[in-house]
Write a protein that binds this ligand. Structure first.
Ligand code: FAD
Length: 665
C-alpha cells in the first residue's frame, strides 16, 4: 500500500466530470454532502457497506483538505484515528502516507492515554484521500453545491416525521434522489469569515459558504434547533524568514509508529522526517493584542443577537485565539509551535497563534516573538463563524430524529477537529447505507470505543462549546486503548456492521488468536518466586504469600519486557514476539480491566434496553417528576443507558424507567 502511485488532480477531475454527465434523474442509496473529513469517511463507509453512493462537494480540489492545522491525532484524537482505521476508514492510512513527523504524545503516562500524532504534508494527505475515493467501488463523486434538501411533509399517522428524498443542486436545479442523505457541511453553513473589521461570507478562505437554501430547509422546514459557533486559524509564515535556531528543536520519534493496523511502516522514513520547534510569546505580544482590540470584530463580537427565533444567540469559540489567551491570562508566556506544512512546503504553521486582528497588526504581533523577528506572513490568520445543529436532536445512529433518512456528521454537529468529524462521518455513512439497504441501525457503546463516547456525549448531552475529544471523557479508557482498537472494532465491523474488508478481518482474527495463544502461554508458565528470581536476577520479585507466579504476573513488573521472558522460554514465547509491546500493555492493564469489567457489563446491559421513541412521557403511568418527564420528552433517549446520562435525571427516576421497560418487553 505504501508504494502505491496516486492519481493526479487532473485524472481525478476527468473521472468526476465523466460521472457527472450520467447523474440526471439517477437514484442513489446514499448522498453525502461535503467532501471534508466527515464527508469523505461517510461516503467511503456507505459504499463499503454496499450502498450506491454519491458524494457531492463544492470543489473537487478541496476534497480531503486540511482547513487548519497540518496534523492528525494527538491525545484522545489519536485513539479516534486508530478506531476509524480499525473500522476500515481512510484517515489512519492517509496519515501514514502523508505524515512527515510522527510522535507519540503523553509517553510519561500509561499507554492507555498515549496520543499517536503526526505532522502532515497537506498535499499528500488530500491526494491520498482523493485516490482512495476514486478506487472505492459503488462511489461516485460530483463537483457541485447542494442548494436544498428534498423532504416530504409529515404524514397524519406519523406527526412530526419528515422524510428526506434527495437533494437539489445549485447549478441547473438538477434533482438527485436517495433514500438517505448525510450532511457534512463543516464550517460552511451560513459561514462568515473575519479579519480585523472586515466580514465576508465564506466557509473557509477561498471558499463560498453553503447556500442559504440549505440553512433554510434545516431551520424553517425541519424546525431544527440551531446555534452558532466560531473558530480561527493562524497566519501562515514564510519558513525562510524564520530563525529556527532561536527556538527549541523537537525531533520526531526515531521509530515512527503508523496509525493503521495494516501498515508496518510509514511512507516517510525516519531520517526524512522534519522536526517541529517550540517558542513562546513575549510581553510585546500582549501589548499588540491590547492595541488592536478596537480593530478586531471577531474578538468583540461575542454575541450577534438571535438570528432566528429558535436559534441560540451566543457564539462560542474553540481553539482560543492568541487574543483571548493573553486577555484571559495576562502576564503569561504562551507556547507557540512552529510546525512544517509539508516536505517541500515553503511555509510554517505557528500553532497557538490563531488570530483575527488586521493583517498589519498580525505582522507586528508575530515579530514580537524572537524566532519570528524578521518573519514574513504568506496568508493572514482569520476567524470563521457558522451554524450548527444542536446534536441532541439526533439518534445514536446520527440520524435526525424528526427526519427519516437525514444524517448529520462533523462540525455541523457542534464538534471541532478532523478526527471527531471523521469518526462521526464513518458512523453516519454506515447507518445511512444500512437504512437505504433496509438493515437495522447499529450503535457503538461507550464501553467499546471512543467513537461511542463521542456520539453518546453529543446526542445525550449536546454541546455548549465546540466539542473535542479528551481521554478524560472516556470512563473506560484503560480498556479503550490505541493498541487494541482492532480487537475492539474490526471483528464487529466485519461481522455485524459490514464496513470492514475481509482482508482486514482476517488480519484482526490472526492477531486475536495469536494474542490469545500468547496470553495462555504466559498464564501456563508457572514457577516459584525463587526460580523467577534466579532466572531474572536484575528484577526485584517481591515476597508474598503465594509462592508461585505465572508469566503474566511477572510481565506486570516494570523492569520486565516480553523479550526478556522470551529469551528465558524461547520455544514457548518466541513465536509471539511480534506482539511483544501489545502483550506487555495487556499484562500491565489486566488487573485494572478485570475490575472494570463488571461496570462495563452493567452499562452494556442498560444500553441494550431500548426506550421506544414514541413514548408519551407526560402520561407514562410511573412515578416521575414533571421536571424529569420534560427532560425525557426533550431528549428522547434511545436506551436506558442514555437516559441515565442525561443531566437532571435522578436514580429514582431510572429505577422507575427500568421497571417500565421490563414490563413492556
Ligand atoms: P469541513 O472539513 O469543513 O468540510 C466541509 C465540506 O463540505 C467542504 O468540502 C465544503 O466544500 C463542503 N460543502 C459545504 N457546503 C456544501 C454544499 N452546500 N454543497 C456541497 N458541498 C458543501 N479544527 C481543529 O481541530 N483545530 C483548529 O484549530 C481549527 N481551526 C479551524 C479554523 C478555520 C478557519 C477553519 C475553517 C476550521 C478550523 N478547524 C479546526 C476545524 C476543522 O477544519 C474541522 O473540524 C474539520 O475540517 C471538520 O470537518 P467536516 O468534514 O465537518 O467539515
Amino acid at each position: 500500500m505504501l508504494t502505491k502511485k496516486l492519481p493526479t488532480l487532473q485524472s481525478f477531475q476527468v473521472l468526476v466530470s465523466r460521472y457527472a454527465s450520467q447523474l440526471a434523474h439517477q437514484q442513489y442509496d446514499v448522498i453525502v454532502v461535503g467532501g471534508g473529513h466527515a464527508g469523505t469517511e461517510a461516503a467511503a463507509a456507505a459504499a463499503r457497506v454496499g450502498a450506491e453512493t454519491l458524494l457531492v462537494s463544492q470543489k473537487i480540489q478541496t476534497i480531503g483538505a486540511l482547513s487548519c492545522n497540518p496534523s492528525l491525532g494527538g491525545i484522545g484524537k489519536g485513539q479516534l484515528v486508530k478506531e476509524i482505521d480499525a473500522l476500515d476508514g481512510l484517515c489512519g492510512r492517509a496519515g501514514d502516507w502523508a505524515g512527515i513527523h510522527f510522535s507519540i504524545l503523553n509517553r510519561r503516562k500509561g499507554p492507555a492515554v498515549w496520543g499517536p500524532r503526526a505532522q502532515l504534508d497537506r498535499q499528500y494527505y488530500r491526494e491520498f484521500i482523493q485516490s482512495e475515493l476514486l478506487s472505492t467501488p459503488r462511489l461516485t463523486v460530483l463537483e457541485g453545491s447542494v442548494e436544498e434538501l428534498l423532504v416530504t411533509e409529515p404524514k397524519p399517522d406519523e406527526p412530526g416525521q419528515h422524510r428526506v428524498t434527495g437533494i437539489r443542486l445549485a447549478n441547473g436545479s438538477q434533482l438527485v434522489s436517495a433514500s438517505s442523505v448525510v450532511l457534512t457541511t463543516g464550517t460552511f453553513l451560513a459561514g462568515s469569515l473575519f479579519v480585523g473589521q472586515t466580514t465576508v461570507p465564506g466557509g473557509r478562505v477561498g471558499d463560498a459558504p453553503s447556500s442559504a437554501g440549505l440553512s433554510h430547509t434545516l431551520k424553517e422546514r425541519l424546525r431544527l434547533r440551531m446555534g452558532r459557533l466560531r473558530t480561527g486559524t493562524p497566519p501562515r509564515i514564510v519558513k525562510e524568514s524564520v530563525d529556527l535556531s532561536l527556538a527549541v528543536l523537537h525531533p520526531p520519534d526515531t521509530n515512527p509508529t503508523p496509525f493503521s493496523f495494516l501498515n508496518k511502516q510509514t511512507r516517510c522514513k525516519p531520517e526524512e522526517q522534519l522536526p517541529c520547534h517550540l517558542t513562546y510569546t513575549t510581553p510585546g505580544v500582549e501589548k499588540v493584542v491590547k492595541e488592536s482590540l478596537h480593530l478586531n470584530c471577531h474578538i468583540h463580537q461575542d454575541t450577534k443577537g438571535p438570528r432566528y427565533a429558535h436559534m441560540q444567540s451566543h457564539t462560542h469559540a474553540y481553539c482560543p485565539s492568541i487574543e483571548s489567551r493573553v486577555l484571559r491570562f495576562p502576564g503569561r508566556q504562551h507556547q507557540v509551535w512552529l510546525e512544517p506544512e509539508g516536505l517541500t512546503s515553503e511555509l510554517l504553521y505557528p500553532q497557538g497563534l490563531s488570530m483575527t486582528m488586521p493583517p498589519e497588526m498580525q505582522l507586528s504581533l508575530i515579530r514580537e516573538i524572537p524566532p519570528l523577528q524578521r518573519a514574513e506572513i504568506h496568508t493572514p490568520g482569520y476567524g470563521v463563524q457558522y451554524d450548527f445543529v444542536c446534536p441532541t436532536q439526533l439518534s445514536p445512529a446520527l440520524q435526525v430524529k424528526s427526519t427519516q433518512g437525514l444524517f448529520l456528521a462533523g462540525q455541523i454537529n457542534g464538534t471541532t477537529g478532523y478526527e471527531e468529524a471523521a469518526a462521526q462521518g464513518l458512523w453516519a455513512g454506515v447507518n445511512a447505507a444500512r437504512r437505504a439497504l433496509s438493515m437495522p441501525p447499529v450503535t457503538l457503546s461507550r464501553t467499546e470505543s471512543y467513537i461511542g463516547v463521542l456520539i453518546d456525549d453529543l446526542v445525550c448531552r449536546g454541546v455548549t462549546e465546540p466539542y473535542r475529544m479528551f481521554t478524560s471523557r472516556a470512563e473506560f479508557r484503560t480498556a479503550l486503548r490505541p493498541d487494541n482498537a482492532d480487537l475492539r472494532l474490526s471483528l464487529k465491523g466485519f461481522e455485524e456492521v459490514g464496513c470492514v474488508s475481509s482482508e482486514r478481518y482476517q488480519e484482526a482474527l490472526r492477531v486475536k488468536n495469536s494474542l490469545a495463544d500468547a496470553l495462555a502461554a504466559l498464564q501456563d508458565l508457572t514457577l516459584s518466586r525463587h526460580n523467577w528470581r534466579k532466572m531474572l536476577p536484575d528484577v526485584h520479585i517481591s515476597d508474598a504469600k503465594n509462592s508461585v507466579l505465572n508469566g503474566m504476573a511477572v510481565l506486570q513488573y516494570n523492569q520486565v519486557s516480553y523479550e526478556m521472558l522470551a529469551s528465558c522460554f524461547p520455544e514457548v514465547l518466541c513465536p509471539f514476539v511480534e506482539f511483544s509491546q501489545r502483550l506487555k500493555i495487556e499484562a500491565v492493564y489486566k488487573p485494572h480491566c478485570d475490575l472494570q469489567k463488571k461496570e462495563m457489563d452493567r452499562i452494556q446491559k442498560e444500553e441494550s434496553m431500548f426506550l421506544p421513541q414514541d413514548i408519551d412521557y407526560f402520561s407514562l403511568p410511573v412515578s416521575l417528576s414533571q421536571e424529569v418527564r420534560e427532560i425525557l420528552d426533550r431528549f428522547r433517549p434511545s436506551t436506558l443507558g442514555a437516559a441515565t446520562r442525561l443531566q437532571g435525571m435522578t436514580p429514582a427516576a431510572i429505577v422507575h424507567l427500568l421497571k417500565y421497560v421490563k414490563q413492556t418487553k
